[in-house]
Design a protein around this ligand. Structure first.
Ligand code: UDX
Length: 453
């Protein structure tokens, strides 16, 4: 089996998934993280993030002797042929990615890297970072490669092991090939290119996804105004293979740790290149407007008009994470909507299957987090589904109807079965549909042959 010695610096979402998955492909991996407590947890097989299959891979990798965790980056890189940088690149002032973590790690390891090794940037970094990394390293014997990740939270291991493509960019083709070869067993198409193009692929892809979502949210709004049904519209669009069904579900807006950060960063890059990226600006504006649109929808559902007051109105929030299957609250659209509701004077109780009441989390300030949906619904004048947790569909809606002050549900994910909610006594409001209209119940596909008389 083809194996390499790999160091991964940073054991966050990307680093831990990369390290554990590369070990599962047979490589010898040392993962470094300066957080001593996290390293100790990982050595015991305890994974601090909610990510399916990751704990198993971490345990298996260590048991097989192919995966180690250390605190010291210097120790991790000592024998490495390939060094992955998986460090946070948060959005800094004015949307510019903050590269201070990358810079400080490079300063720490630059003299210790073995001769001839390859440094791989896996974090989403501004175009030009590979060139900057090369300057900071200032070592002619070391090549820098950009290898962006396309992992979604909640399915990161699956995405790593079943990639649509591997993108590797370097100004030295042999180094790009060396890195691409690490993934040979995955059998995915590889795009080998220069470093700047590889860096841009990540932004171009994520911003396209954000644009698709803003577009579909706008179409949903139009459906409401034109008395059309967004479910049928998006289904009809999605069969076009050039469009596809994925990322066509309207929602409260898009968020998470990547899309907002990347969209702002690309806008910044465009400004820097003297290019006015109007489409991207409109993508952001549409999303910001979407949060307010959801609040307006709740306001109309509760008060009957767009000017009605939500002051003192109790609202039960179902879901606070940025999407289902994660406990991540970063840039969650649910919290953006909650903040606007609070500004309007509403009194908020929230339930989320991934969150526990009583934990101090600054993002949740102003929301009374509770541990079960019945408590969130208690005495509420409206229930608002903000995250698409499948279990919300299976709740006992008749029991919920028994504890609310008023049976109104605003489903910003078109997740619930409107018939079930309706039979339980709720007045159901989805996105891109008429109130009460059955939209979420899957209809069998119409087979043309069955229509022949
Ligand atoms: C994203 C990219 O998909 C991934 O390739 C990249 O590496 C990191 O950023 P992630 O942030 O984990 O992944 O979330 P994703 O599943 O893409 O969802 C982003 C946002 O869009 C969420 O707020 C989600 O709820 C929303 N969304 C997604 C919709 O509103 N409708 C959809 O149909 C799909």
């Amino acid at each position: 089996m083809f194996t390499r010695s790999v160091a991964v610096i940073g054991a966050g979402y990307v680093g831990l998934t990369t390290g554990a998955c590369l070990a599962s492909l047979g490589h010898r991996v040392v993962c470094a993280d300066r957080d001593q407590a996290k390293v100790e947890q990982l050595r015991l097989g305890q994974v601090p993030i909610l990510e399916p299959r990751l704990p198993e891979l971490v345990t298996e990798g260590q048991a097989a002797g192919r995966l180690r965790f250390v605190v010291d980056a210097a120790e991790a890189v000592r024998d490495a042929e390939v060094v992955y940088l998986c460090l946070p690149t948060p959005m800094g002032v004015g949307g510019v990615a903050d590269l201070s973590a990358v810079e400080s790690v490079l300063a720490q390891i630059r003299h210790l890297l073995p001769a001839g090794c390859v440094v791989v940037n896996k974090s989403t970094v501004p175009v030009g970072t590979a060139a900057r990394t090369r300057d900071l390293l200032d070592r002619a014997d070391i090549t820098v490669v950009s290898n962006p990740e396309f992992l979604r939270e909640g399915s990161a291991v699956h995405d790593f092991l079943h990639p649509d493509r591997i993108v590797v960019g370097s100004d030295q083709q042999d180094a790009a090939e060396r890195v691409a070869a690490l993934y040979a067993r995955l059998g995915a198409p590889a795009v080998l290119t220069d470093a700047a193009s590889a860096e841009l692929v990540k932004y171009a892809a994520n911003c396209f996804l954000a644009m698709k979502l803003s577009y579909v949210n706008a179409i949903a709004e139009l459906c409401e105004r034109l008395d059309a049904n967004v479910r049928d519209v998006t289904e009809g669009m999605g069969y076009d293979r050039r469009i596809g069904q994925a990322f066509l579900s309207p929602g409260p807006g898009w968020g998470g740790s990547c899309l907002p950060k990347d969209v702002h960063a690309l806008l910044q890059v465009s400004d820097g290149a003297d290019f006015e990226f109007r489409l991207l600006r409109a993508t952001i504006d549409t999303n910001t407007r979407q949060f307010q649109r959801i609040v307006d929808k709740i306001r109309v559902a509760v008060t009957g008009n767009r000017q009605g007051s939500l002051r003192g109105v109790r609202i039960g929030l179902f879901g606070m994470t940025f999407k289902a299957g994660t406990d991540d609250l970063r840039d969650s659209p649910a919290l953006a909507v909650a903040a606007l509701l609070r500004q309007a004077g509403a009194d908020l109780a929230g339930y989320d299957p991934a969150l526990v009441a009583g934990r101090e989390q600054p993002e949740l300030r102003g929301i009374t987090v509770v541990n079960d949906p019945m408590t969130a619904a208690d005495d509420a004048s409206a229930l608002v589904v903000l995250t698409e947790w499948p279990e919300f569909r299976g709740l006992d809606w008749a029991r919920l109807a028994g504890v609310v002050a008023r049976p109104i549900v605003v489903d910003t994910r078109n997740l619930l079965d409107p018939d079930v909610a309706g039979r339980a006594g709720f007045c159901y409001h989805g996105l891109g549909t008429r109130p009460h209209e059955a939209t979420a119940t899957p209809r069998p596909r119409t087979e043309l042959a069955a229509l022949v008389p």
